[in-house]
Design a protein around this ligand. Structure first.
Ligand code: HPA
Length: 235
């Protein structure tokens, strides 16, 4: 049965859903990487598709930007559509010098300035961590395809336009690799509903130096990450 934000029917989604932020990126992934793909949801133009990668049924759906949007869709997918695995395929800004533009970060854990997991967890700090099996599969998939990955902590912020560089310095001291806007929420909701989640993010810009990928490099980085994401879904 449809939910408030997803007008699909039971069985329309595969067990594994890739989650880019941008719904048009979901369409791009479905058209370019899946075969026999079909549109399964389009409420508010948050497009979702189900198709096949090799012989495995896989879905891909936009999550929107930021934790509230991502968590809303993830909740409905896990709770109402029997989805088991959520793999975010996004972009991030780098804070660490150890990270290169175009690297794919695999978020083993996610720090955050959002209170969402405290709201879920009685005011305590929940350790927002990736599913180990998905993480291990993604590392293996990246190694097989020769895609450079770094595994570690990222920071999911509510504030895209921040208030200065002090926090970036602090993040670097604490070993945070990059900043994005969804992983911590995704990891919390996955644990809450018994799902497995992993966030991977291509480094699109360096927040301290201001370096950024060109549009062409962005596309190549994105395609590499999508292949790693889809390969992860097979393992
Ligand atoms: N901040 C938050 N999210 C992002 C960034 C950033 O600098 N770059 C890509 N996603």
């Amino acid at each position: 049965m449809s939910t408030l934000h997803i007008n699909a029917q039971p069985g329309d989604f595969a067990e594994t859903v890739l989650l880019p932020g941008d719904p048009l990126r979901a369409r791009y992934i479905a058209e370019r990487f899946l075969h026999r793909s079909r549109l399964v949801t389009d409420v508010r133009n948050m497009l979702g598709y189900t198709g096949y990668f090799r012989d495995r049924q896989v879905s891909v759906m936009g999550s929107g930007m930021g934790i509230p949007s991502c968590v809303l869709y993830a909740t409905e997918l896990l709770r109402n559509f029997s989805v088991k695995h959520l793999i975010r395929v996004g972009s991030c800004g780098a804070v660490s010098d150890k990270v290169e533009l175009g690297d794919v970060l695999l978020a083993m854990g996610a720090c955050t300035d959002s209170s969402i997991n405290r709201q879920r967890f009685g005011g305590h700090d929940f350790a927002a961590i990736a599913d180990y099996q998905l993480l291990q599969s993604a590392v293996q998939a990246a190694q097989t395809r020769g895609v450079p990955v770094k595994v570690g902590n990222i920071f999911s912020t509510d504030l895209f336009y921040g208030e200065g560089s002090d926090i970036l310095e602090l993040m670097e001291k604490m070993g945070v690799l990059g900043v994005e806007m969804e992983a911590a929420g995704l990891y919390g909701v996955a644990h809450r509903f018994g799902g497995k989640a992993l966030c991977m993010a291509t480094v699109s810009d360096h927040l301290r130096s201001g370096q950024a990928l060109s549009p062409k490099q962005r596309q190549t980085g994105l395609d590499n990450m999508i292949e790693v994401g889809l390969q992860t879904a097979l393992l």
